[in-house]
Ligand binder design. Structure first.
Ligand code: SAH
Length: 403
């Protein structure tokens, strides 16, 4: 039997006819709270009331975090107890089963977008990798592990709670095996879009593979034609390279991680592209693109998939400079009518911002740009309308035209 949650009172009134989208945002910051009971432990479930005592929802509370409450339910009859969390995980997993995802790897739970703020769960065949990014989810990690085994058809669950964002919640950085096999391979095989990839789900970046680009890899491959010289910048383990390899005369991969490039080489060989001319460059992309420009090198296609430059809105301006710089460098290296596939995975950079950045780079480079295709994140990473931060990945396939 779960105890009735204690109430937290907000300073504002959140109800009303013209409630904007952002008023239904699932985060409540510390400044919005008028009164909270003393000594509530991190991760407690609370009942949220507005200033007029209207019921707002139930959420997970963390006195150590600036984001003091994450709302899980706005239905007074749906207390987010264990059964509720199981139901939401099952709903999220069932939704993926209906998506015809062309991969053995998929995101099963995407935090706020699946009404489970703080929980990310990825499936890699028989393995699941979970991230509990809030105190509320961290407290329930054992239970979540069991639920993943029951709903997602996996036998082994690893935790990748080694991401920096946990520090904002006062949580330690940890990783390891939660349940199942103890001999998790560092080269787990997955199949995506008919290709094989090796992933390291315990030591690799994020949870091991960037599955949010799955459909974009096919899209980008559509524009790789006629024996192109292709530059895959921020290549990680070479998933874009593998998809474009059938049409490439040469592939150049740049990443600052030697470990990632090592796996990229294996991935290209495993998919039968040993004969394609290849170069693996372990360097800072900003520096290396400048070196290439100085040597007057050129390419037919450049893929730019940098890491998140803006961890939050406060960093948006600085990040925009980084995106402009790298796009300008890429444009300089592209031949006439060359293809630039450019991405940003920063929530704080909107689609409009990214288009402006591309425009400014083109202006400085003295080229004109046609947008051939608009890209976003894979459908197993849904965008929740009242949570704009969930729309993080934006991309464009551009044609660079020189007069
Ligand atoms: N395109 C990849 C994912 C890229 S993730 C895919 O489809 O799987 C971003 C990558 O950029 C990471 O592999 C990281 O090691 C690399 N990286 C980050 N900063 C870098 C820099 N300044 N120069 C080169 N690589 C960088």
């Amino acid at each position: 039997m779960t105890d009735a949650p204690l109430s937290v009172k907000l300073r504002k009134c959140l109800s009303g006819e013209k409630t904007p989208r952002c008023a239904l945002h699932p985060w409540i910051f510390s400044g919005a709270i008028d009164h909270a009971p003393d000594n509530l432990p991190p991760g407690s479930t609370v009942r949220i009331l507005d200033v007029k005592n209207n019921f707002i929802g139930y959420g997970h509370y963390n006195p150590l975090s600036k984001i003091r409450i994450r709302i899980l339910s706005t239905d007074e009859d749906s207390l987010p107890d264990d059964e509720f969390i199981f139901g939401k995980i099952r709903d999220a997993v069932d939704a993926r089963k209906k998506m015809k995802i062309n991969s053995t790897a998929a995101r099963m739970v995407f935090s706020e977008s699946d009404f489970l703020p703080g929980l990310v769960a990825d499936k890699y065949g028989d393995f699941a990798s979970i991230q509990c990014l809030t105190a509320g989810m961290d407290l329930r990690k054992e239970m979540i592990t069991r639920f993943m085994i029951e709903t997602a058809g996996v036998s082994t669950v690893v935790e990748r709670d080694d991401c920096e964002i946990r520090r904002h919640e006062g949580l330690p950085l940890v990783k390891g095996i939660m349940a199942g096999r103890t001999d998790v391979s560092t080269a787990l095989r997955i199949e995506e879009n008919g290709y094989t990839f090796f992933t390291d789900i315990l030591q690799g970046q994020k949870t091991g593979f960037y599955m949010d680009q799955r459909e974009n890899r096919c899209k980008v491959a559509q524009f790789a034609t006629d024996g192109m010289d292709i530059l895959d910048c921020f290549s990680f383990t070479g998933a874009f390279s593998v998809h474009t390899a059938p049409d490439a005369r040469s592939l150049t991969l740049i990443d600052e991680s030697q470990a990632a490039l090592g796996i990229a080489e294996k991935n290209l060989a495993e998919n039968g592209f040993s004969a394609v001319q290849k170069e693996f460059i372990c360097d800072n992309a900003f520096h290396h693109l400048r070196k290439m420009r100085d040597k007057a090198l050129s390419f037919d296609m450049i893929i730019l998939d940098p890491p998140k430059f803006a961890p939050g809105h406060a960093y948006a301006e600085k990040a925009a400079k980084g995106y402009k710089d790298i796009n300008l460098l890429a444009m300089k290296l592209l031949r006439n009518n060359g293809i630039l596939c450019t991405f940003s995975c920063s929530s704080a950079i909107s689609r409009e911002n990214l288009m402006d950045i591309i425009f400014m780079a083109a202006r400085d480079c003295g080229v004109r740009v046609k947008i051939l295709s608009i890209m976003g994140q894979s459908p197993d990473h849904p965008i929740l309308l009242n949570f704009p931060e969930s729309e993080y990945l934006k991309g464009y396939v551009c044609q660079i035209v020189r007069d």
